[in-house]
Design a protein around this ligand. Structure first.
Ligand code: IMP
Ligand code: MG
Length: 183
């Protein structure tokens, strides 16, 4: 059974997302010393697309998983490491890959934890940023798109686990989803 995708307004279409990621990769190309750390699950699609464009040698790839959102669209503010790096960050140059920086709490928290554990440096590259939502000031070395204060889905981003697979970035609207369910 296939379920039709609700007609959410598209914020960034697939071609634009892919083109921008290729540009970001171009700027990062060929640094074998960096250790890429994708923040699961949201950043998986972005990290995959970016790494595919990096060329070789591209450095080691790793993942962490944090939880802060629960099932809703508003951050709880409490961050936990659900899955850690596969080995110590000590002495390493870490490049965090994130889907979206919203309040800034997650990447700020991760950066502090990695530095505390002896990382040599930590930079952050994010597909999206919502500057108007910032609670914690964070330095971002790479930003794909700055977007307004909307809850977005697609290209890895979800609402309660749904819509990660969409190949574009759309604005989530509960009433549109409800209408499409009852259609
Ligand atoms: P922050 O800690 O408030 O910066 O939130 C970062 C995390 O919240 C991101 O890694 C996302 O997983 C999630 N998040 C924030 N805004 C959105 C959104 O608009 N759509 C989907 N996930 C979001
Ligand atoms: Mg995330």
């Amino acid at each position: 059974m296939t379920v039709p995708v609700p007609d959410f307004p598209i914020l960034v279409d697939e071609a634009r997302v892919r083109k921008r990621i290729a540009e970001m990769a171009e700027a990062l190309r060929g640094d074998p010393e960096l250790r890429w750390v994708a923040v699961l699950h949201g950043a998986r699609h972005f990290a995959d697309a970016l790494c595919r464009n990096l060329g070789r040698p591209a450095g080691e790839y790793d993942t962490v998983r944090v939880s802060s959102y629960g099932a809703g669209t508003v951050s709880s503010g409490r961050i936990e490491l659900v899955k850690d790096l596969s080995s110590s960050p000590e002495g390493q140059r870490i490049a965090i890959l994130e889907d979206i920086v919203d309040t800034g709490r997650t990447v700020h928290w991760l950066r502090e934890r990695f530095l505390e554990r002896g990382a040599q440096s930590v930079e952050v590259h994010t597909l999206l940023s919502k500057p108007s939502r910032r609670v914690v000031e964070v330095e971002l070395e790479g930003v794909g798109f700055e977007i307004p204060d909307e809850f977005v889905i697609g290209f890895g981003m979800d609402v309660a686990g749904r819509f990660r697979e969409l190949p574009y970035i759309a604005v989530y609207d509960e009433s549109i989803e409800r209408a499409s369910r009852s259609a």
